[in-house]
Design a protein around this ligand. Structure first.
Ligand code: CO
Length: 143
């Protein structure tokens, strides 16, 4: 493997995740009102969500609709209602960033990378150690 093992600090905001009850209802004002465009709707059976992405400049909005009552998004909606669910930061090397977080004593949701939308590799950091923000890390696509 010839990947650089350099910076572990995130390089950009990859997307903002928004929990919604219905993609169709939630997307309407963003598409018809703001003029954003949905480029991709994908179902992630392992996460029990349907996901829609709307590009916006260098970043994206990610809308998450639960596909079952036991979905983490369904539980979030029950507790908090619709709204911002997580921020996703792009990193060059997911393992290196997770290792740095561990060393700093930050509580992780995922000790190891798992599969995210679009075949990406992701890991979540627990909001407890992140000022109440659920943070997702996504590894920059290898090119
Ligand atoms: Co996300």
């Amino acid at each position: 493997m010839t990947r650089r093992k350099q910076d572990v600090a995130p390089g950009r905001l990859d997307h903002v995740g928004v929990a919604v009850r219905s993609l169709e209802e939630a997307l309407a004002p963003y598409e018809k009102g703001l003029g954003l465009t949905v480029v991709d709707i994908e179902e992630l059976p392992t996460e029990k969500v349907r996901v829609a992405f709307l590009p916006m400049g260098d970043t994206r909005l990610e809308f998450l609709e639960p596909t079952g009552d036991d979905s983490p998004i369904a539980r979030f909606l029950q507790r908090r209602g619709e709204g911002i669910h997580h921020l996703c930061f792009q990193v060059d090397n997911l393992e290196a960033t997770l290792e740095r977080l561990r060393k700093a004593g930050v509580e992780l949701v995922d000790e190891k990378p798992r599969a995210g939308a679009g075949g990406s590799r992701v890991a979540f950091i627990h909001p407890r150690g992140m000022a109440g923000v659920l943070v997702e890390l996504v590894e920059k696509e290898r090119s």
